[in-house]
Design a protein around this ligand. Structure first.
Ligand SMILES: *[C@@H]1O[C@H](CO)[C@@H](O)[C@H](O)[C@H]1NC(C)=O
Ligand SMILES: *[C@@H]1O[C@H](CO)[C@@H](O)[C@H](O)[C@H]1NC(C)=O
Ligand SMILES: *[C@@H]1O[C@H](CO)[C@@H](O)[C@H](O)[C@H]1NC(C)=O
Length: 225
């Protein structure tokens, strides 16, 4: 079964049951793998919508908008970054670890940054993948069985069909945003998603890298079918 048919099967299954948000583990085969490298794959929860950009099964990556700055966006086709959950055993236990990927030559750490609007937390804010450490406390959950999901405090995630000023009005992106709230406040151009880790091999770092995989931890992910 290819990834495409796998996610098509997920969509088919999703349409048979209620539209209420539910954990991805209800759809993704229950036996989880473990890996210290992973891609993040969007699973639409709640009612699917017809957007002009693919969301279901698309991979989290960054849309470059400046030096070391990227807006988090989903893409079904472009090669996606491989992430790792970085931190000491204590940081993992405390939930203060961070999620990184490696960019550039020589590779340097780029962190997944999840922001909530401090004054109006129900206003969605774009996630980012920027040079640096990202947001401590952005973690992959560790369920009793099955793959985890991306978590930050009580944030929900949405993917929104939008343009970015940097790319002009014709290129539509599936921008990933975080907010505090429920499906009831999802804007019309957005769908509620969760981000599920797909096991991937963390590449070896070349000599002279500014990144380090010394503190990359195993996460519960699903194996690509
Ligand atoms: C990765 O985790 C280690 C151990 O907690 C920490 O010392 C290091 O600064 C982290 N790296 C980044 C880029 O956040
Ligand atoms: C937070 O929401 C307020 C009120 O809508 C808005 O003015 C402000 O720009 C938002 N801040 C961020 C970081 O998005
Ligand atoms: C995905 O990436 C490819 C290659 O960069 C690009 O052509 C395409 O427009 C992107 N799709 C979206 C939805 O951003």
């Amino acid at each position: 079964m290819t990834t495409t048919t796998f996610f098509a099967a997920l969509l088919g299954a999703a349409s048979l049951v209620s539209a209420a948000p539910r954990p991805a583990t209800a759809f993704i085969r229950p036996e989880a793998g473990v890996s210290n490298g992973f891609k993040l794959v969007a699973n639409v929860i709640g009612a699917p919508k017809a957007l002009s950009v693919p969301v279901q099964g698309a991979f989290l990556g960054g849309a470059h908008v400046g030096a070391g700055l990227s807006i988090a966006a989903l893409n079904l086709t472009s090669p996606s970054p491989i992430f790792y959950q970085n931190g000491t055993a204590e940081a993992i236990a405390d939930g203060t670890s961070n999620i990184l990927t490696d960019g550039g030559t020589p590779p340097f750490p780029e962190g997944l940054r999840v922001l909530l609007n401090a004054t109006a937390p129900s206003n969605p804010v774009e996630a980012q993948i920027n040079a640096g450490i990202g947001t401590p406390g952005v973690t992959i959950t560790k369920p009793v069985a099955g793959p985890g999901i991306l978590k930050y405090e009580s944030a929900s995630f949405i993917a929104c069909d939008e343009t970015l000023a940097y790319y002009g009005p014709s290129w539509h992106f599936a921008i990933v945003k975080a907010f505090e709230g429920t499906a009831a406040v999802v804007p019309d151009n957005c769908v509620l998603i969760e981000l599920v880790p797909q096991c991937a091999t963390l590449p070896d770092l070349p000599e002279g890298s500014l990144s380090s995989h010394e503190y990359a931890n195993e996460v519960a992910c699903y194996e690509q079918l």
